[in-house]
Design a protein around this ligand. Sequence first.
Ligand SMILES: Nc1ncnc2c1ncn2[C@@H]1O[C@H](COP(=O)(O)OP(=O)(O)OP(=O)(O)O)[C@@H](O)[C@H]1O
Ligand SMILES: [Mg+2]
Length: 259
Amino acid sequence: MAILVVNGISKSFGGLQVLNQASLEVAEGTITGLVGPNGSGKTTLLHTIFGLIKPDAGTVSFRNQLITGLKPHQIYEVGLAFSFQLPRLFFQLTVLDNLLLAARNHIGTSFASALFLRRRWRRQETELAQKAMQILELLGLVHLALHPAGELSGGQRKLLEIGRALMADPVMILLDEPAAGVNPVLGRRIYQKLYTLREQGLSFLIIEHKLDILLDFADYIYMMDAGRVVLSGTPKEVIENPVFYATYVGETQNAAFRS
Ligand SMILES: Nc1ncnc2c1ncn2[C@@H]1O[C@H](COP(=O)(O)OP(=O)(O)OP(=O)(O)O)[C@@H](O)[C@H]1O
Ligand SMILES: [Mg+2]
């Protein structure tokens, strides 16, 4: 069953049509990959799904509910989380505090409720800290819980950014290039963690340029080119399709032409 249905999304910036009736579906409990050359519209599509960009046309449904036009925090509340390409961390705060802050933003604990509902607030804080530690355990970051986030390596920062998304108890996470900028070993380790979460029932839509890693972990792949979905299938079907190579070769030729 599809947990996310993206139907006919179009978007122009100025005169540039960046998305041209892009459609895709993510089946529940899968890792679905979104690939394609630079500038093909992948990030714009993910941002549109998460409510960061308003589409000119098209709809997005999540768990059979129309979410087009909702704000990111409203989308977060229905169980769809977003992990940013560049981790949005507070480098001077500890790893643990970065997770707690993500959760507090989410539940929106106000100063007033902290004063008047102190006992409940304390209990909630304890529960959140336990949850944060469980997430750090899963991500292999427990030993760094009390270190400033600024001390983490690039790959560990990516994991912490995923941890921030997990604090919201999402049923699905959108990720933009989780393996970018980290070495291949760590990149694979990140995907192994995502795979563990998939086995627990989470669903993923993931943009990735590191195809050798993605294709090993994804259940299904969509390929974009010039704002459209041009190809989809299992990893095996996609790499056996000539369109896959033609699209990337086109990119290489254009890049050579530009330089
Ligand atoms: N806010 C914006 N204003 C104007 N143009 C934009 C905006 N956002 C994206 N674009 C343009 O839209 C096109 C698609 O960009 P997008 O970032 O979605 O591509 P992408 O597939 O994620 O590429 P990459 O693989 O390099 O990350 C690009 O030509 C980009 O310059
Ligand atoms: Mg992008």
